[in-house]
Ligand binder design. Structure first.
Ligand SMILES: [Cu+2]
Length: 222
């Protein structure tokens, strides 16, 4: 495993624990897919614009038919092209956004995440007496709804390899759907500047197989 700086994590080859391009769950995979599609689209449009710019710089000023062609350029690339691209992106974005919503289901597990300067407390709907600090236990292969809140200032719950980030707000509960298909450990980071200690405002998500999850609910963390 490679150690990654924040910038390096944007590169495809970097398999960082905090890399959104190294997804380990369905929500993170969806977000990575959007990222790659946006990158490919941006590169294609940049190439088109650079090509047109080059053509404009190379054209002869006295070439015939100039005014008619100018109108055609305006209506096609100036108006039709951005409208089509933006409409397609809107439809795609709505479809993808729908996939990320925390829908109800028989398999859904609910946990709570309470942020404060600078620690995280986690609770479990299936074992109300259980609480853990800075490590969130979840069952692998099941959708988990994290009910996120804060005791002091605004923090942000972010496990880049499992899902997008969601703010932890005092006096309010935000719900984020995460899922880890396979057992393992996933790094989490508060992604909101919340004071001088925020860099160390980290936590871990541990995904268990069914037997280990049942044991955790019965006996707590070993
Ligand atoms: Cu924080």
């Amino acid at each position: 495993m490679m150690a990654c700086g924040a910038t390096l994590q944007l590169l495809a080859g970097c398999q960082g624990q905090l890399s959104t391009l190294h997804p380990a769950g369905p929500a993170a995979a969806t977000i990575a897919e959007i990222w790659w599609i946006m990158l490919a689209g941006s590169v294609a449009i940049l190439a088109l614009v650079m090509g047109l710019l080059t053509a404009a710089l190379l054209r002869r000023p006295d070439s015939p038919g100039e005014p008619e062609r100018a109108g055609l350029w305006l209506w096609t690339l100036g108006l039709a092209f951005p409208l089509i691209v933006l409409a397609a992106l809107t439809v795609y974005g709505l479809k993808i956004g729908e996939r990320l919503l925390p829908r109800e289901g028989p398999d859904v597990v609910t946990v709570t995440a309470e942020a404060r300067q600078w620690a995280w407390s986690f609770g479990y709907a299936d074992a109300p007496d259980l609480a853990t600090e800075d490590i969130l236990h979840i069952p692998a292969g099941r959708p988990v709804d994290v009910r996120i809140t804060s005791l002091d200032v605004v923090h942000s719950f972010w496990v880049p390899r499992l899902a997008g980030k969601l703010d932890a707000l005092p006096g309010h509960v935000n719900i984020l759907r995460i899922e880890a298909p396979v057992p393992g450990t996933y790094a989490g980071q508060s992604a909101e500047f919340s004071g001088p200690g925020y860099l160390g405002h980290v936590f871990t998500v541990q995904a268990h197989d069914p037997a280990a999850w049942d044991q955790f609910l019965a006996e707590g963390a070993p």
